[in-house]
Design a protein around this ligand. Structure first.
Ligand SMILES: *[C@@H]1O[C@H](CO)[C@@H](O)[C@H](O)[C@H]1NC(C)=O
Ligand SMILES: *[C@@H]1O[C@H](CO)[C@@H](O)[C@H](O)[C@H]1NC(C)=O
Ligand SMILES: *[C@@H]1O[C@H](CO)[C@@H](O)[C@H](O)[C@H]1NC(C)=O
Ligand SMILES: *[C@@H]1O[C@H](CO)[C@@H](O)[C@H](O)[C@H]1NC(C)=O
Ligand SMILES: *[C@@H]1O[C@H](CO)[C@@H](O)[C@H](O)[C@H]1NC(C)=O
Ligand SMILES: *[C@@H]1O[C@H](CO)[C@@H](O)[C@H](O)[C@H]1NC(C)=O
Ligand SMILES: *[C@@H]1O[C@H](CO)[C@@H](O)[C@H](O)[C@H]1NC(C)=O
Ligand SMILES: *[C@@H]1O[C@H](CO)[C@@H](O)[C@H](O)[C@H]1NC(C)=O
Length: 789
């Protein structure tokens, strides 16, 4: 972590002036509370390295252990330093293309160098790791130190070599290799050419959770010393001639490790700088990116620019901690930091089509990020979110479909519904705008396309089973669907998700004054009811849970199928998309029974009323049936609000934060998923939780005395303040509230709160009160009277 110079200087100053000045408030330095190592172990897969907000260049040390995001604090070995990554994703490691690796060759003999990934893997010194916004460094146990910082499309490294001598007493020559690979070793063919102090080339790679392939280009240059020799290496043998290489994969797909290298005379400082530009367009553009963004090789200047960019983004939020612990503050600010790592801004780097619109990538996946990450950006970074929405729409315009999951210019796998519909509706109902307004007519066309037209390959866009959806009003198990191809599974979760997607479309239609669209999609938003089997029971290890009525699969002929309601829950094993797909995706019927975000009022009635609903929610959260480390569980934490018991949501929040989301390297219960877990943490701690796609935040007291948000567009400040705040969290129940000084009894609030800069004051007490419990104080539901949406 960065030392806080400002504070110590100020401390010195106030000591000097102590006779006059009583005590200066120490300056708040937000970086003191950003810990990029949270979630770098235990499967969080967080990217810990140097990046700008939404930057394409993301530099870090790559390890041979948990390397999905490049680096891990799991104590594994460093195998390279590479320039692009994703953050928090699951499955295959993502990106990590064209790593550099610094070393000495024993006795200065080229063939003694370790070129292969496995051979060169070197442990790092755990206490040498420094990660701060825009910066990362560590030392290998052999004493070689690597420091890095970045611009938007380029990385700047300092490799510092300790002096070492050969048996004859001559000083060894530092070697830096570049490997034509990525973390997943997905490279197909690649080219490299070494010329002077530069190495450039390209490679074709396979995306980490999608189809097709992509080409990436690089341009690396070195400075700091004279060159001893250079060349290429193949399969742990290297030569100084030739200087160019083309590698491909044979018919048996054999993976030949290969790349280029440069050897230097060791400079007196020991430091050799490497500047690496990346591009999806061409090697020339990669070189231009590096030259334009890092013209002077000014490491401190580049680092400072990155730090300023982060301070600017984080300055939107301010906190009066009121005695909350440093560890909670670290949890909070680090979470906010992580919500702005991805999606990544690849504007100007998209070779697939020509457009003046922004291009964002690494929507990885919207199934994760619609729930809270993108809604969080609506609050803290609406300009960027509006660029992201425009990018989704531009992708629709040029590829014919809204993305559902997208990485490295490729289509990723669809997990459930057409989740971009929710992202777009959320932006719409919150009046999202940016420097260029969003084309809502195009947006409506795009979401209707999802709802009406089945793509040939709905495993990576749109929806499957639309014939049945329109004719039967549910997705049948064992559907007869000859229009398109996709994993013919998840009929229950897809029915629930498509219902909500259609609800979101109905809200856009309504807002655009399209009465027919509103009516049609509101009807379809009720389809979820068709899979509710009122007499279905559920037992665990033969013991009846006591609840009756669950969703069940239904065949085309209207007959019920059967899926045990606990199947795919943590009690019964994980269900993945490909290896063991079931009628629910990655979670159980128990979890999905609460995925009716548009109409909790109806769901409560269907499940037997408020008391029964609350019993079920409690059972979900206490029986081991839910996994808070997977996104479908997020909203369930707050659903007590809909049953008029906001205090129970508050209780639940405190059982998960910091118990399952804390400021340690193992402090995430699952993959961060591009900042999904981060946004969950941040929303829990600010005391407002979104029901995405609706103009609704559910109120629960913040973890701090007060939290303020300066709206980046209007500069108006919205503040949520606890009266009677207690950092030991005994007083956590709202007794009473005021909004702009007037009594406020609703347990939810709309986005106007942020847009208009309101002040919400919550009077806290030790026990549940009747605040927010009345029928009229609950959040809106489709079927509830006075639905205000
Ligand atoms: C590891 O790094 C720390 C911090 O830089 C340093 O104090 C320590 O001496 C290093 N340990 C070794 C074995 O080099
Ligand atoms: C490189 O690999 C890609 C993907 O496998 C292939 O389409 C292309 O034809 C290859 N190019 C050459 C020059 O071999
Ligand atoms: C990759 O680089 C080689 C050598 O410069 C070049 O011939 C080839 O066209 C490049 N491939 C692409 C897709 O740009
Ligand atoms: C995205 O990147 C482009 C090109 O670097 C830049 O002009 C634009 O301002 C960026 N957009 C956002 C929202 O940061
Ligand atoms: C969005 O704009 C409409 C029309 O001006 C307004 O009625 C609505 O209240 C606004 N919504 C929010 C969240 O500010
Ligand atoms: C309906 O279809 C299912 C699945 O094919 C089958 O098992 C069942 O017997 C059918 N029921 C009727 C009444 O035809
Ligand atoms: C921190 O979170 C992790 C992941 O959820 C959990 O395993 C661990 O018990 C938590 N630690 C504390 C002290 O609550
Ligand atoms: C809450 O506020 C109302 C009206 O402002 C007041 O009548 C009531 O006594 C307050 N209740 C509590 C518990 O503070």
């Amino acid at each position: 972590m960065t030392p806080i110079l400002e504070v110590s200087r100020l401390g010195f100053l106030s000591w000097l002036l102590c006779a006059v000045v009583v005590q200066a408030e120490p300056l708040f330095d937000v970086f003191k509370y950003v810990d990029q190592l949270i979630g770098t172990d235990n499967g969080g897969n967080v990217f810990a390295g140097a990046t700008l907000p939404y930057g394409m260049a993301k530099a870090v040390a790559d390890v041979d252990g948990q390397n999905t995001g490049g680096f891990s604090t799991d104590g594994s070995n460093v195998i390279g330093f590479s320039h692009m990554h994703d953050s928090g994703t699951g499955g295959n490691p993502s990106l990590g293309n064209f790593p550099l690796f610094p070393q000495y060759c024993a006795e200065d003999v080229l063939d003694n160098c370790n070129f292969l990934r496995e051979a060169r893997a070197t442990p790092y010194n755990g206490s040498s790791v420094v990660a701060s916004p825009g910066y990362f460094s560590l030392s290998l146990v052999n004493g070689i130190q690597a420091e890095m910082t970045v611009t938007q499309h380029a990385a700047l490294y300092h490799f510092t070599f300790p002096s070492e001598t050969a048996a004859d007493g001559k000083e060894l020559s530092p070697l830096i290799l570049l490997d034509l690979t990525d973390l997943a070793a997905s490279r197909q063919n690649a080219t490299i050419s070494v010329e002077g102090a530069g190495i450039r080339g390209n490679g074709t790679f396979i995306p980490s959770f999608g189809g097709g392939s992509f080409i990436m280009h690089f341009c690396a240059e070195f400075t700091g010393s004279t060159i001893k020799d250079s060349g290429i290496w193949v399969n742990n043998r290297a030569g100084t001639e030739p200087k160019d290489l083309f590698v491909t994969r044979g018919i048996n797909l054999f993976y030949l490790e290969a790349g280029g290298f440069i050897r230097f005379d060791r400079p007196a400082s020991g430091t050799i700088s490497a500047r690496v530009g990346v591009s999806f367009v061409s090697a020339d553009q990669a070189c231009r990116n590096a030259e334009e963004e890092i013209p002077d090789w000014d490491f401190d200047g580049i680092k400072k620019t990155a730090e300023d960019a982060w301070r600017e983004k984080l300055s939107v939020v301010s906190v009066d901690a009121g005695g909350a612990s440093d560890s909670l503050q670290t949890n909070f600010w680090s979470a906010i930091y992580r919500t702005m790592i991805s999606p990544q801004n690849y504007t100007g780097e998209n070779p697939l089509w020509t457009s003046d619109e922004p291009y964002f990538d690494s929507f990885y996946c919207l199934w994760d990020s619609f729930r809270s990450q993108l809604p969080f950006l609506t609050i803290v970074d609406p300009d960027t979110l509006s660029s992201m929405v425009r990018s989704l729409l531009d992708t629709y315009k040029h590829l014919g479909w809204l993305p559902d999951c997208r990485m490295s210019l490729c289509k990723g796998f669809t997990q459930g519904g057409s989740n971009a519909d929710i992202v777009i509706a959320d932006a719409f109902v919150k009046n999202l705008t940016g420097p260029v307004p969003i084309d809502w007519a195009l947006a409506y066309e795009a979401v209707v396309n999802d709802a009406e037209n089945e793509p040939l390959d709905w495993s990576n866009e749109g929806r499957g089973g639309l014939m049945s959806w329109k004719a039967l009003n549910y997705i049948p198990a064992l559907d007869f669907d000859y229009l398109g191809f996709g994993t013919n599974s998840r009929s229950i979760s897809r029915t629930l998700e498509y219902s909500y997607n259609d609800f979101c479309i109905s809200k856009i239609a309504q807002g655009l004054g399209n009465g027919n669209g509103h009516a049609k999609y509101s009807d379809r938003a009720m389809n979820w009811k068709n899979l509710f089997k009122p007499d279905q029971k559920s037992s665990i290890n033969g013991k009846d849970t006591g609840f009756t009525g669950f969703f069940q699969p239904k065949y085309l002929n209207g007959t019920w199928g059967f899926q045990d309601p606990i199947l795919c829950s943590p009690l019964d094993g994980f269900c993945s998309l490909t290896s063991n797909p079931q009628e629910t995706f990655e979670d159980s019927i128990w979890e999905y029974q609460f995925f009716v975000p548009q109409d909790f009022a109806s769901l409560i009635t269907l499940l037997g009323g408020e008391v029964e609903f609350i019993k079920r929610l409690d059972f979900l959260h206490t029986s081991g049936l839910t996994d808070i480390g997977n996104e479908p569980s997020f909203l369930t934490v707050f659903l007590y609000h809909y049953a008029g018991r906001p205090a129970l949501s508050t209780q639940r929040v405190h059982s998960y934060v910091p118990g399952y989301f804390n400021a340690s390297t193992t402090g995430l219960p699952g993959n961060d998923d591009n900042g999904a877990m981060a946004s969950f943490t941040a929303f829990c701690m600010i005391g407002l939780f979104p029901n995405p796609g609706q103009n609704v935040y559910l109120i629960s007291p913040p973890f701090f005395e007060s939290v303020s948000f300066r709206h980046p567009q209007s500069s108006k400040a919205a503040t949520i303040k606890n009266i009677g705040f207690d950092p030991s969290y005994k007083n956590v129940y709202v007794q009473n509230a005021t909004l702009n000084g007037k009594p406020y009894t609703r347990n939810w609030i709309g986005h106007e709160f942020f847009l208009e800069g309101m002040v919400l004051e919550l009077v806290l007490g030790e026990t549940e009160s009747d605040w927010g419990t009345k029928e009229e104080d609950r959040p809106p539901s489709m079927s509830a009277a006075g639905m205000a949406m």
